[in-house]
Design a protein around this ligand. Structure first.
Ligand code: TRP
Length: 455
């Protein structure tokens, strides 16, 4: 309803920074490098870039079109477009997914705070062997009190921004943090490629070896594209709902996708040369930035400074992402239930903290959650699979079905072009949204169900 007091971005740039802040996160700087490393480097990167173009950009535009047209949270948006239908439940799934992702993402984000603290206090300044670094990591993630405190601290930071609203909280924070992030990244990239032997890392990252492509690599690349761009749960519906009516939303959406992709590639440019320079295998898995990098920093000149910069970067990127996850949930309770933003932020943030505790305890803190219900998997990983894989994939397919087949491409185009800026190829976008995206994501979904291989 009262769209006037929901808040609005001050302009296109503010939206781009906030939405890129959402998209750029642990997904780019932590998940992308280790996934690329596990999946053969260049070939994975090439597929990932292809999926950003063919799936990521159409889905981001589909979400933005819905948000801009309705100026609502995901549930309210579907209610406004198709009242008396089941579609608002798709919005409801999105809100629940925001909650579900935040409840495990905040745990990982909490680890970054601890590494930042460790870098500042000099723990990563000295030379450390890989075994020492591994022991330090396991000690941290297995400490029940510490992980709970760190998770709580990260959710608290998130609440403090979201309660301040769209322009006074999110816009202000991302306007300051995103340029800082970019500068840190560029400095680190220059440092890394000039390391002796660093060039081999770039070759690994950019020279595709097509023999490495298989089902898992393709699925991982598509999954990475969706997660990294924050798609499939209405985050971009929500951020698009605050977009000023007079500005070019199509261009802004493309800018966000390019920005996000650029940062993932830059993270690769930082990490792979560093790995190759000290002879560490690129397929070290999820521990890459937490276990491998500290031992590298220790052996670099001014290593401590680079360590501080890197973990500051990781924390900043994670914060601008957790903000968007909480914002989707808060927007729903503000728009639909009439809560004040302050109340919604504190109550929902606190509830999410409670739900995050089992994930915080699932890397050694409590045996019950480390091997959850005898599945052999920890609670955090299970949540990542449910919310981060299944729910986002289902959400992305249904969003495309909705825009392509129910609401209709002409209506979506009208929303994207409502500021008077025409799209370069509206026909191509229609084909992508109606056919290419749902089929591509559908294949991934069937594949992960059948093979139980998770990206
Ligand atoms: N895209 C973020 C990352 O790369 C994570 C994220 C934030 C997200 N909001 C989201 C993922 C919404 C999916 C949906 O780290």
């Amino acid at each position: 309803m009262a769209s006037a007091n929901r808040g609005q971005w001050s302009g296109k740039t503010a939206f781009i920074l906030a939405a890129a802040g959402s998209a750029i996160g642990l997904g780019n700087i932590w998940r992308f490098p280790y996934t690329a490393g596990e999946n053969g480097g260049g070939a994975f990167v090439l597929l990932y870039l292809g999926f950003v173009l063919l799936v990521g950009i159409p889905v981001i535009l589909a979400e933005l079109a819905i948000g801009r047209k309705t100026e609502k949270n995901p549930v309210g948006a579907f209610k406004a477009l198709v009242p008396d239908s089941l579609w608002p439940y798709l919005g409801g799934l999105g809100v629940a997914t925001g909650f579900g992702i935040l409840a495990f993402y905040a745990v990982l984000a909490g680890w970054t705070l601890s590494y930042l603290y460790g870098a500042v206090t000099g723990i990563y300044g000295g030379v450390m062997t890989a075994a020492e670094s591994q022991a330090l990591f396991e000690h941290l993630i297995g400490d029940p009190t510490l992980t709970i405190i760190l998770t709580g601290a990260f959710i608290l930071l998130t609440i403090l921004v979201v309660r301040k609203g769209v322009s006074g909280g999110i816009e202000l924070t991302t306007k300051i943090l995103m340029p800082v992030l970019l500068v840190i990244l560029l400095i680190l990239a220059v440092r890394s490629v000039t390391l002796p032997g660093g060039m081999d890392g770039l070759v690994y990252l950019f020279k595709p070896d097509f023999s490495k492509i298989n089902g898992v690599v393709i699925m991982s690349a598509l999954g990475q594209a969706l997660f990294s761009l924050s798609l499939g749960m209405g985050a971009m519906i929500t951020y698009g709902s605050y977009f000023p009516k007079t500005e070019n939303i199509f261009q802004a959406g493309i800018a966000v996708a390019l920005f996000d992709t650029l940062i993932a590639v830059l993270a690769g440019i930082i990490i792979f040369p560093a790995l190759f320079s000290v002879g560490v295998a690129p397929d070290s898995g999820p521990g890459l930035v937490f276990v491998v990098l500290p031992s590298i920093f220790g052996s670099l000149p001014a290593g401590q400074l680079f360590a501080i910069a890197f973990y500051a970067l990781l924390s900043i990127a994670a914060l601008t992402s957790t903000i968007s996850l909480l914002e989707v949930v808060v927007a729903y309770f503000v728009d639909e239930k009439g809560w004040t933003r302050n109340k919604a932020s504190w109550l929902l943030g606190s509830l999410c903290f409670v739900l995050a505790v089992p994930s915080a305890l699932s890397s050694g803190g409590a045996a019950m959650f480390t091997d959850f219900l005898g599945t052999g998997m920890d609670f955090l990983s299970i949540n990542n699979i449910i919310w981060g894989n299944y729910s986002l994939s289902i959400g992305a397919i249904m969003l495309c079905v909705f825009v392509g087949w129910k609401w209709g491409i002409p209506a979506a185009l009208e929303s994207l072009e409502s500021s008077g800026h025409k799209l370069p190829s509206s026909k191509g976008l229609g084909i992508l949204i109606k056919y290419v995206c749902p089929v591509a994501v559908g294949i991934v979904l069937v594949y992960i169900v059948v093979t139980q291989q998770y990206f």
